[in-house]
Ligand binder design. Structure first.
Ligand SMILES: *Cc1c(COP(=O)(O)O)cnc(C)c1O
Length: 429
């Protein structure tokens, strides 16, 4: 029988160069990729085509909340795909309704909209803010320096990093940035056209910087006073990574008035789907019906398959108490990194973060840091960690991030610390 689709040219098994050549010839080169060709994973370990094993403390940038090849995710994918993968959002289906109910239950009364990524989730919140301010002629959204809000045109306009904007001007109007954790700068930047403020509870791409208690509470008061929406981009720092569902819940723990704090909108993605694409935003009750029929939409968003996976992940997180695990193993890992910083101050200058969202800041000029000196310190450091069998994610020029699976075991954290020390010790001489 004649093949309907011609078979693709064969990939030589285990041939790293062959896969890289496919990329070089056929994939738009928007990423500076590391020289690793990954093949499969299990739990917090990844394997490359040559069979090398890596401890994955990057988690696909805070995505693989249950690690790799988790049987519960496979089961949810198989079971739901036997029943129903996709229907148009013109119709109802149970998984989307149940997932919205679960997220509302974890945050506060309100409603959810489902999409496929973090950038789209933020885009939805930007449209919510525009709609909110529209009749008063208000449209402006203030964000912060060093923030990251995605790669769409509105996302890069909102992001407080020049490198994502460069070459794509003119920017979508209506976004301005002010320094993070600076309440007075935010107040001073308000204009009669301002409709909303968006911040990350913990800046991820910006280098793992947490919002201060005073900042969070102050922004809430400011937004109430000026009738602004307070929007939080929880795409990276959310989903139990800090030991609570939302990073602001963790940051405000034990603070007088802290438990009453609520933003007006929250964007989610990354860990929500554990690797299956899904994004969402939650909007607080008084504004939950602002985006009415016909005002916003997406073909794929909130599909039965995506929602079934997200629901299964929530079930496993609850059953296996992974929020507590993130808190405990995160504290252990942070303590270990802090000890390394104390022992090797010429290499690690600072350790930051909460739960399993941690960052180490390298000293401005690490002595004896091997690698191509045209590359940033964080890229060179990542290459050394990779060579030693550990995957971590650079942030900016000087920070390495650890965003592992929420079920990371203490023994795996210990192994990670040993690998980090094996890389640092020779530099400190
Ligand atoms: C990753 C990220 C985004 C963008 O999410 P995508 O799924 O890549 O579109 C937005 N905001 C924050 C804080 C992120 O970390």
């Amino acid at each position: 029988m004649k093949d309907i689709v011609p078979s693709p040219p064969p990939i030589v098994r285990n041939d790293v160069a062959a896969v890289q050549a496919l990329f070089q010839q056929n994939v738009v080169p928007t990423y500076g990729r590391f020289e690793i060709v990954l093949s499969h994973g299990s739990g917090s370990y990844l394997y490359d085509l040559t069979g090398r094993r890596y401890l994955d403390l990057g988690g696909g940038i805070a995505v693989t909340s249950l690690g790799h090849a988790h049987p519960a995710i496979t089961e949810a994918l198989v079971e739901q795909s036997r029943k129903l993968i996709h229907v148009s959002n013109f119709y109802y289906h149970e998984p989307q309704g149940r997932l919205a109910q679960a997220l509302v239950g974890l945050i506060a009364p309100g409603k959810c909209f489902f999409c496929n990524s973090g950038a789209e989730a933020n885009e939805g919140l930007f449209k919510l803010a525009r709609k909110f301010g529209h009749d008063e002629g208000r449209f402006e959204i203030l964000t912060t320096l060093n923030s990251f809000h995605g790669r769409t045109l509105a996302g890069i306009a909102a992001t407080g990093q020049e490198k994502v904007k460069k070459g794509f001007e003119p920017m979508v109007p209506g976004f301005r940035q002010v320094p993070y954790n600076d309440l007075e700068a935010m107040r001073a930047a308000l204009s009669p056209a301002t409709a909303a403020i968006m911040i990350e509870g913990i800046q991820g791409e910006g280098g793992v910087t947490s919002a201060s208690v005073e900042y969070l509470l102050g922004l809430r008061r400011l937004c109430d006073e000026k009738k602004l929406l307070l929007l939080m981009d929880s795409v990276q720092c959310g989903h139990f990574r800090t030991g609570r569902f939302q990073s602001f819940q963790r940051l405000l723990e034990g603070v007088p008035g802290g438990e009453a704090f609520l933003p007006d909108g929250i964007s989610m993605a990354k860990s929500l789907g554990g690797g299956f694409p899904i994004g969402a935003f939650w909007v607080r009750a008084p504004y939950a019906d602002l985006l009415g029929a016909g005002t916003h939409g997406t073909t794929y968003g909130g599909s039965p398959l995506a929602c079934a996976v997200a629901l299964k992940i929530l079930e496993v997180i609850e059953r296996e108490k992974l929020s507590d695990n993130a808190r405990q193993v995160g504290a252990f890992l942070k303590h270990g990194l802090q000890e390394l910083a104390n022992k090797y101050p010429t290499v690690i200058q600072n350790v930051r973060g909460v739960g399993l969202m941690l960052g180490i800041e390298l000293a401005p000029n690490v002595p004896n840091l091997p690698g191509d000196s045209s590359k940033t310190q964080s890229i060179r450091f990542a290459n050394l960690l990779h060579a030693a069998g550990l995957l971590a994610i650079p942030a900016g020029t000087n920070v390495m991030r650890f965003l592992p699976s929420l079920n990371l075991r203490q023994g795996e954290a210990e192994e990670g610390l040993r690998i980090v020390e094996s890389v640092i010790a020779p530099m400190a001489g």
